[in-house]
Design a protein. Structure first.
Length: 144
């Protein structure tokens, strides 16, 4: 596992795009990840795309979006996924620990995330890291 490194994507190649897109399909079979969206994520100063790489293949990823509000700085974690064949190696934990550590450097005061209840291992991970289940009304608006 020592050869698996967590890095923040600052550039990408066609191999990275292919590997990233494949991984995102494991999170959501209807994933709409594209080269253009990945480029925007990488170039945005308040978004940090972390990946675990095995050679040139991305085997896990998580996105930290830092949002500045009049009240506080909030980190939103999105798209946390570990490739099925790499699960059980604590890569999700390592990614989340990196995000928590880096969030402090960005002045984040709290981190929010959502997780599908069917993702039992992921939900257990978040609880074990100190996240608390937050009861609120969750709203969703699709803008076409």
């Amino acid at each position: 596992m020592d050869d698996l490194k967590i890095v923040e994507l600052v550039s990408f190649s066609e191999d990275i795009i292919s590997s990233f897109s494949s991984l995102m399909k494991e999170l959501n079979s209807n994933s709409m990840a594209t080269k253009e969206r990945l480029r925007r994520v990488i170039e945005h100063p308040s978004i940090h795309q972390y990946v675990v790489k095995d050679s040139q293949e991305i085997v896990a990823c998580a996105t930290l979006c830092v949002s500045y509000t009049p009240e506080k700085v909030i980190g939103f974690v999105e798209a946390v996924v570990v490739k099925e064949s790499y699960r059980g190696r604590h890569l999700g934990r390592r990614l989340m620990e990196r995000i928590i550590s880096n969030s402090k450097d960005f002045g984040v005061q709290e981190i929010h995330l959502t997780s599908n209840p069917r993702r039992v291992a992921a939900n257990g991970l978040y609880l074990s890291l100190g996240f608390e289940k937050y009861n609120t009304n969750c709203y969703h608006l699709k803008i076409e």
